[in-house]
Design a protein around this ligand. Structure first.
Ligand SMILES: [Zn+2]
Length: 327
C-alpha cells in the first residue's frame, strides 16, 4: 500500500482516476504550503506512473520498475531541485532535456520531478517550457511550488495546477493524536500556531518548541514590564529567530483582536490571560503599530545580511518602547 497522509489521499485518488480514465495530464503542478508534505504526494503519484502493472489505485510493488523505484535507483526518473539552496539553473534543465529525448532505459515511462518551480531561473524555465509544450510520449512531469511563491505564467499555463488545502482542524487533530502522546491542549495549540499545517505542528511538539515559545513570550512580557531591550536580546535564538518573531506576532495580533472585541480565531488561546491583559493596557492603534514594527523587523532580517541581526532586533525593540509602550 502507498503511504499517504490522510489529507493528501483525495488528491492522489483524483489524479489516478484521471489517468485510469485516459485523461491524465502529462504535467501536474501542486501548490502547497510547507508542512503539508506535498513531496509525499508527488512520490506516490510518481510510483504509480512508473509501475508496469498497477493494481487499481496502487502500484504493484512486485514489478522491476517498482523495485527500482523503491530503491531510488530508477534510471528514468529525474529530479530538478535547488542544489545547496541555489536556484535551479539552465544547465540542470538542459541535462534532463537531453536524457528525456532518448529512449527510456527501462522501456517504460519517464518521470521528471521539479521541486520548487519558482526556484527555476528564467533561462531554466524557458528551457523547460519547450519540453512541457510538446510533451513526449510516456513522459510525465510532477511539479511542486510553495503556495506563496510566484510561478511563471508560461509554466503555469502548461500544467494542470492544483492548490492543496489546509486540512480541517478535526482531521488534523485526529492525525496528530495518532502520532504523539502529548496532551490534546498542546496539540491544538501547536496546530493553531502552525496555521493548521499538521507536519509543522508535529515538529513543534516533537522538538519541545511549545515550551520554548511560552518561555520566550514570558521574557517578552518581562521586557514589556521593564522596558529593557538588552535583557530580552539574549533570548532570541538564531535558529529559531523567525519562529520566535511569528510567535510574538501571533501574540500581538491576538491582543489587537481582543481589543477590537473579536474573540474567535485566536492563535494564543493557551495564553489568553496575557493577551487580555495587554489588550486592556494598550489601545488598538498602539497594538497595530506594535505588529507593524515586528513585521518590519522580520522582513528586514529575511532580506539583510545576518551580520546586522542584533542591531535590527535592538532597533525594533527600542521602537516598541518609544512608539508604542510610551507613545
Ligand atoms: Zn509495479
Amino acid at each position: 500500500m502507498i503511504t499517504l497522509y490522510p489529507w493528501l489521499l483525495p488528491y492522489y485518488q483524483q489524479r489516478i482516476d484521471a489517468f485510469q480514465q485516459g485523461y491524465g495530464h502529462h504535467a501536474l503542478l501542486f501548490q502547497a504550503e510547507q508542512g503539508l508534505g506535498v513531496e509525499q504526494l508527488l512520490s506516490a503519484l510518481g510510483h504509480w506512473l512508473m509501475c508496469q502493472q498497477p493494481q487499481h489505485q496502487q502500484p504493484c510493488q512486485q514489478c522491476h520498475h517498482c523495485h527500482l523505484f523503491q530503491a531510488h535507483t530508477h534510471p528514468d526518473i529525474y529530479t530538478l531541485a535547488p542544489i545547496e539552496n541555489k536556484d535551479i539553473g539552465v544547465d540542470q534543465v538542459r541535462e534532463v532535456n537531453e536524457k528525456i529525448n532518448q529512449h527510456a532505459q527501462q522501456g517504460g515511462n519517464k518521470l521528471i520531478y521539479v521541486q520548487g518551480v519558482s526556484r527555476l531561473t528564467e533561462a531554466a524555465a524557458n528551457a523547460m517550457l519547450k519540453t512541457l509544450e510538446e510533451p513526449r510520449p510516456n513522459t510525465y512531469f510532477l511539479l511542486s511550488a510553495e503556495a506563496s511563491a510566484p510561478v511563471m505564467p508560461t509554466i503555469y499555463s502548461r500544467c494542470q495546477t492544483q492548490k492543496l488545502a489546509i486540512p480541517s482542524q478535526e482531521s488534523a487533530v485526529t492525525w496528530l493524536q495518532q502520532q504523539t502522546t502529548q496532551a490534546i491542549g498542546d496539540i491544538q495549540t501547536a496546530l493553531r500556531i502552525s496555521y493548521g499545517r499538521p507536519l509543522h505542528a508535529l515538529a513543534l511538539l516533537e522538538q519541545g518548541l511549545l515550551e520554548k515559545r511560552r518561555e520566550f513570550l514570558r521574557q517578552f512580557w518581562l521586557f514589556y514590564r521593564k522596558r529593557s531591550p538588552l535583557e530580552l536580546l539574549p533570548f532570541f535564538d538564531k535558529p529559531l529567530l523567525f519562529q520566535q518573531l511569528d510567535w510574538l506576532l501571533a501574540f500581538l495580533s491576538d491582543a489587537l483582536k481582543a481589543r477590537l472585541q473579536i474573540h474567535t480565531h485566536w492563535l494564543c488561546q493557551d495564553l489568553a490571560a496575557g493577551v487580555q491583559q495587554l489588550s486592556q493596557q494598550q489601545n488598538a492603534q498602539a497594538l497595530l503599530r506594535a505588529t507593524e514594527i515586528i513585521q518590519k523587523v522580520r522582513t528586514d532580517l529575511s532580506q539583510i545580511n545576518a551580520v546586522n541581526q542584533e542591531l535590527i532586533l535592538l532597533d525594533g525593540l527600542t521602537q516598541l518602547i518609544t512608539d508604542v509602550f510610551e507613545g
